[in-house]
Design a protein around this ligand. Structure first.
Ligand SMILES: *[C@@H]1O[C@H](CO)[C@@H](O)[C@H](O)[C@H]1NC(C)=O
Ligand SMILES: *[C@@H]1O[C@H](CO)[C@@H](O)[C@H](O)[C@H]1NC(C)=O
Ligand SMILES: *[C@@H]1O[C@H](CO)[C@@H](O)[C@H](O)[C@H]1NC(C)=O
Ligand SMILES: *[C@@H]1O[C@H](CO)[C@@H](O)[C@H](O)[C@H]1NC(C)=O
Ligand SMILES: *[C@@H]1O[C@H](CO)[C@@H](O)[C@H](O)[C@H]1NC(C)=O
Length: 388
């Protein structure tokens, strides 16, 4: 409630920068005894306005692999909770998305697919219809990541199963946007396979031409390459892909996590050095797009959370993780990213909803954020520290 008083004249709420600045002020080595005042110049021009679906959510493909055992697609409470997060995208993808086989007529449901072994699994037509219906009821737009690891002997993408899914979806007039492959830059680590950027860009062009054949999907959007955050081993992957594919993608997507969930400690969630990791990586991605003259293509955080590997137990879903999350929203908006998709709605330690579909404490900032949409980014925020 207290945020509403900061609404500017045009009704643009300042929740993100406000929370962001409060946090920066709090973290600047100031003792807790100091009174801190944040001033916002309500008449200052906004430097950037986020889109209404700036804040989106994800569902990991492993939730499908596990037979939706923690995600009851007809549960009215779940639908209602997800509806609170609309408007936005529900991005359905993940490591196991490159092991997903679509079988429209199958009635057998796979359960307990082992993420480590990453065996192939099946999504049935009935499951797919239920999932898209759930999203429709929650007023969320589905982005579906197609399996990029079905390959022909010459190394090119075998799109036959993808086209089965596209044509089935077309028959049911499902409203969808698309991705192809999850974290292709680390396929060698995850699957001991390799798809280079030239080939992947060609595969994206192939997918675009397939989509263009369908009335329902001519206007649908295609996002990629959904790489991990840039580091020594993969820093050219995103650049080289975008160089060849900028004309077929509607946004450059990449994923960001600050740390490994298996080793993360509570103090990491408050360490300013860890916070700074995000802006450094956004800069690398923006520079990469600029280098190949693709600055006009929007940049999205297509999947992101605090810690990878399913999040940090008892940390990623509690209040302490809200600081990194709110900072991520603020920094991303300030640096001009168009969209941030939060991993994940249910399942694992970073879930927004617990097993009974009640919000985990981390979700609170998300609710505040949504109640204040749309958001404008302003630079003219001053912090004053009052001496005791
Ligand atoms: C899923 O939710 C529906 C509607 O609330 C309920 O009837 C059904 O029993 C639930 N299924 C499971 C497996 O819990
Ligand atoms: C999974 O499917 C791919 C593509 O069809 C195939 O190349 C691969 O061998 C399969 N992997 C397993 C473990 O079955
Ligand atoms: C990229 O992969 C394709 C398919 O495997 C292969 O034909 C091509 O030679 C590769 N290109 C480079 C530059 O490695
Ligand atoms: C980007 O544009 C500049 C200036 O027009 C040009 O010199 C450069 O070769 C272009 N780079 C790429 C990768 O297209
Ligand atoms: C999380 O904390 C609760 C309460 O302190 C404890 O009972 C539980 O075992 C912890 N779970 C994990 C996975 O550490």
């Amino acid at each position: 409630m207290w945020l509403s008083q900061f609404k500017s004249k045009k009704g643009q709420a300042l929740a993100v920068p406000l929370l962001y600045w409060i946090f920066v002020v709090t973290c600047d080595g100031i003792s807790a005894d100091d009174e801190q005042i944040v001033q916002i110049d309500r008449l200052a021009p906004a430097t950037y306005h986020t889109r209404t679906n700036f804040l989106s959510i994800t569902l990991d493909s492993s939730t499908i692999g596990n037979g939706f055992n923690v995600f009851n697609m007809t549960d009215t409470k779940l639908i209602k909770m997800m509806g609170h997060l609309s408007p936005g995208f529900l991005r359905v993808g993940g490591t196991l998305g490159d092991r997903l086989y679509f079988s429209p007529d199958s009635v057998e449901v796979d359960k307990n697919v082992d993420l480590q072994i990453a065996t192939n699994f099946t999504m049935t037509g009935a499951q797919w219809l239920q999932l898209t219906d759930l999203a429709k009821q929650a007023n969320l737009d589905v982005i579906f990541q197609l399996n990029a690891l079905m390959r022909l002997s010459d190394g090119s993408w075998d799109y036959s199963n993808a086209e089965t899914l596209i044509s089935f979806s077309d028959e049911h007039k499902l409203n969808l946007d698309w991705e192809l492959g999850n974290e292709p830059d680390i396929f060698h680590q995850q699957f001991n396979e390799e798809v280079n950027t030239t080939q992947l860009a060609k595969d994206f062009a192939t997918l675009r031409s397939i989509l263009d054949k369908y009335e329902t999907y001519k206007e649908s959007q295609l996002f990629g390459p959904d790489t991990t955050w840039p580091s020594e081993g993969n820093k050219y992957y995103i650049r080289d892909f975008v160089k060849d594919a900028s004309h077929v993608i509607d946004a450059v997507t990449w994923h960001h996590y600050y740390m490994n969930g298996h080793t993360a400690k509570a103090e990491d969630f408050l360490n300013p050095k860890i916070f700074d990791d995000l802006s450094a990586h956004i800069k690398i991605v923006k520079d990469a797009a600029k280098e190949v003259n693709a600055s006009s293509v929007p940049i999205w955080l297509g999947e992101t959370s605090s810690a990878y590997g399913g999040g940090a137990p008892n940390l990623s879903d509690i209040f302490i993780a809200s600081f990194l999350w709110v900072d991520k929203l603020g920094v991303s908006a300030k640096m001009g990213l168009e969209l941030v998709a939060r991993q994940s709605i249910v399942d694992y330690n970073y879930a927004l909803l617990d097993k009974s579909y009640n919000p985990n404490p981390i979700k609170q900032p998300q609710i505040i954020f949504y109640s204040c949409m749309p958001v404008a980014v302003i630079q003219h925020v001053h912090s004053l520290i009052k001496e005791q």
